[in-house]
Design a protein around this ligand. Structure first.
Ligand code: SAH
Length: 356
């Protein structure tokens, strides 16, 4: 059997042991086999999304966070982090600018910042929806109660990104302080699904103590959860964390895992992340050729970009939104894909979102 067919079969049907063995085998694969895997992943999404690469405008609206995730540059315990938060008006000015540039979907991401009460989040979401009813809003603001998630949904947020970070509880506890619970994070994802969000989960690649076995658990967790989006990107050490100075990852392994995710769930929305573009100048283009189909250019105000520093050397912190956009869409077209500014819903959600 060809390597790509073998990989697709295991990743769709194998148990934890078989998947861990497949991941180990994939690391050792020849260049020809890896290329075959990327080609198969690229082909797998074409029946559903063609050559479209969906653009989401990312607004990083708060660098305050009450959590202390050990890997993250904006964790509460980092006294050197520069903190900022955007007002409702500033956020609306970002979405106005984004809308004029053609974006029809916005991702509002931030640390877990209690300044933004549920009332304020709902107010911001409904104000964006009022002004731009043709846009989809994604929230990425961490773990909240069922009731809070329900309120945001009713205010007009339709999508939520919450990476599970790692499906192994033991691994999770090595990356987070004791008061953070992997069970709670997974429960949040189930709550979001039950409420009706298009949900995104995901994990960092080559985070400290990650193994092929913990990755196999990630794949099984995602196969069971069946999210609409999966965000993965390389772990990149931040100088003010306990993981400072750890090995800088390469893009290779992330690309292989992206391809395996695409083969496991051909309809998934899969971002080529900024973190991947940070460790490899051509990382995002390579990701698109390995099955990714979403990019999230930064629409945050230029003055604050460098302060939403989850990891070191983050790219695109110097340009205006429009410059960033032009650069990225040019590169995507050059790579042979089609920049797509529509809402970019998951193929199974199109009817629900746009009933005939
Ligand atoms: N507060 C939100 C947003 C978190 S930041 C939440 O809890 O979901 C978004 C993602 O960045 C995280 O889920 C994490 O996977 C990733 N991230 C954080 N630090 C990172 C690092 N050092 N390297 C790479 N990715 C990192």
């Amino acid at each position: 059997m060809l390597f790509a067919d073998f990989a697709a079969n295991i990743i769709q049907h194998g148990d934890a042991q078989a998947i861990a063995a497949l991941i180990a085998r994939t690391r050792q694969a020849s260049q020809t086999e890896k290329q075959a895997l990327f080609n198969a992943a690229d082909a797998a999404r074409r029946p559903y999304y063609g050559k479209s690469i969906f653009f989401r405008g990312l607004i990083e609206f708060s660098s305050f966070c009450k959590n202390n995730c050990y890997y993250c540059g904006i964790r509460a315990g980092n006294d050197s982090a520069v903190r900022y938060r955007l007002s409702k008006e500033e956020i609306l000015s970002c979405t106005d600018k984004g809308h004029a540039l053609g974006f029809r979907t916005f991702v509002l991401q931030g640390g877990e910042d209690p300044y933004y009460t549920d009332d304020l989040i709902c107010d911001i979401v409904s104000a964006i929806k009022d002004k731009h009813p043709d846009c989809a809003i994604t929230l990425s603001i961490g773990e909240k109660s069922y009731e809070s998630y329900r309120r945001y949904f009713e205010a007009g947020a339709e999508r939520y990104l919450l990476r599970h970070e790692t499906a192994s509880n033991a691994h999770y506890h090595k990356l987070h302080p004791a008061q953070m619970s992997p069970e709670h994070r997974k429960q949040c994802l189930r709550d979001l699904q039950e409420i009706g969000y298009q949900v995104g989960a995901g994990f960092m690649v080559e985070s400290p103590w990650q193994t092929d076995e913990t990755l196999a658990q990630d794949f099984l967790f995602l196969r069971d959860l069946q999210p609409h989006m999966i965000g993965i990107g390389p772990f990149i050490p931040h100088h003010d964390t306990q993981f400072a100075g750890m090995k800088s990852p390469s893009s290779d392994f992330t690309l292989l895992l992206l391809a395996l995710l695409r083969l496991m769930m051909p309809k998934i929305l899969l971002p080529a992340t900024t973190a991947l573009g940070t460790i490899d100048p051509l990382g995002r283009e390579k990701a698109l050729r390995a099955g990714a189909n979403v990019v999230m250019p930064n629409l945050s105000p230029k003055a604050h970009r460098k302060d939403y520093l989850l990891y070191d050397n983050k790219i695109c912190t110097g340009e205006e939104a429009a410059e960033c956009l032009q650069c990225l869409s040019g590169r995507i077209a050059f790579a042979g894909f089609k920049p797509d500014f529509s809402r970019g819903d998951h193929v199974d959600c199109l009817e629900r979102v746009h009933p005939l």
